[in-house]
Write a protein that binds this ligand. Sequence first.
Ligand SMILES: Cc1cc2nc3c(=O)[nH]c(=O)nc-3n(C[C@H](O)[C@H](O)[C@H](O)COP(=O)(O)OP(=O)(O)OC[C@H]3O[C@@H](n4cnc5c(N)ncnc54)[C@H](O)[C@@H]3O)c2cc1C
Length: 498
Amino acid sequence: MTVRHAYDVVVVGKGNAALCAALSAQEQGARVALLEAATEDEAGGNSRFAGGVMRFAYAGIDDLNRVTELTPEDIAQSDFGTNTTDEYFDDLFRLTNFRTDPQLSETLVMQSLDVMAWLRSKGVRFVLNYGRQSALVNGKRKFFGRMPIEVSGGGAGLVQFLDKAAATHGIDIHYATRAKSLIMDGERVAGVNASQAGQSVEFHGKAVVLACGGFEANAEMRTRYLGPGWELAKVRGTRFNQGDGLKMALNAGAAPQGNWSGAHATGWDLNAPEFGDVNVGDQFQKHSYIFGLLINANGKRFVDEGADFHSFTYAKYGGEVLKQPGQFAWQVFDAKVTKLLRSEYRIKRITKVSANTLEELASKLEGVDPVAFLATVRAYNAAVQAEVPFDHTVKDGRGTVGITPPKTNWAQTLDTAPFDAYATTCGITFTFGGLRIDPDNGQVVDVHFNPIEGLYCAGEMVGGLFYFNYPSGTGLVSGAVFGRIAGRGAGQAAAARS
Ligand SMILES: Cc1cc2nc3c(=O)[nH]c(=O)nc-3n(C[C@H](O)[C@H](O)[C@H](O)COP(=O)(O)OP(=O)(O)OC[C@H]3O[C@@H](n4cnc5c(N)ncnc54)[C@H](O)[C@@H]3O)c2cc1C
């Protein structure tokens, strides 16, 4: 016998976007259910794996103070820089080759600060982001990544804070409940068919918000949409984002939007497990390649490691690693930059070799042509513009001349022992393709662009924001902005039907 539940708003997923949607729907007076495919132990989606940096627009101290309370010492001793709305737009436009949807990006950027204050009002705690892209410069703490604030406890902390808020506001969470299809009442979405411990369960609702991620954990869909080879990528986060929500919505006539053959993917430890491990979180990533060289099986470099700060290249370089023979690349560093390597280079589960000479290192780089590697390093060392000062807090313009690909910034000769190398492959984070929504209320539209009554969506499932690349820290903010909008839209629609 099918079990039936009735709510005002049914939200599918339990990551950041879903929790924001649920809290926002509840603000409209709705009775809300959250359906989470994972058990309570594994719940939280990719949001739980996130490092927790968040990119929002701020023009100065007053804006930052809306998000976290800065002490007089913080203010006196720090240079927070800015991430004005113009800077945020510039980054988003440049990285997406000007493809990002104008209305979606406008909504994201213009509401990004306000949503941070809203998250704070829900109990989320933010702290200064000392660990990443900050350094002491002339006695002041300089934050040079346009992201001076992160969630306390990272993505896992964010999910915990929002969980607590959901409990306080009486939102029902159904774990181990996988949404399978939409319940239709004529042309209107009226709920979700789900399975729970081998049983069919119906969740009826006046509105449904889909916030259950992309198809990054589904090898078949990756190959189908991203292309051959993508089945070989490792999954950085949850194993539960199987594309279920996208399939359900497309089956109901929803319009796809965005870069369906594109994904966020980074360098990731070669021997990391097939899916993310919550105990390691994001630490299999290796984001300090800007200070070293990326070497493939042929002993060659294949990207400009120093094209920009890692925030603006890391999300596309995973895909470049996947294209290399054997789908791997070694990141090679010398002792001059050891102190600059991020914390993820010091974890226990790591694929690392060290050597006192480059020749010894060449023999240890498994799978790499040693002769070609040494020739690559010789050519690179000869090409470094040694007269330009090295400064990791700015794009220092210390590049190479006469080699392809060039290294545009932070180029230093590889000559100081000990040498360390880290083996990486491609780790996929999330897929860019999604559904077309009305940015004003988060409502999904059909292929003829008519709103689908009762259907809303948020988070990774929203298509049209990211193409080819992505500025770090935008996923969580986008999940919160569009989660809040979709929850409000769904809550208001439910109220109108009462
Ligand atoms: C390792 C890593 C590090 C990251 N670091 C950052 C960072 O520092 N800053 C940042 O902004 N972004 C970061 N991101 C990206 C960010 O985590 C995502 O963009 C964001 O969390 C997506 O939120 P979401 O709510 O849309 O999806 P998710 O958080 O993935 O939530 C989707 C939810 O849907 C559930 N679900 C799936 N299918 C079903 C179904 N059929 N029925 C019911 N439930 C279902 C899943 O179990 C999950 O709970 C990182 C991602 C990873 C993997």
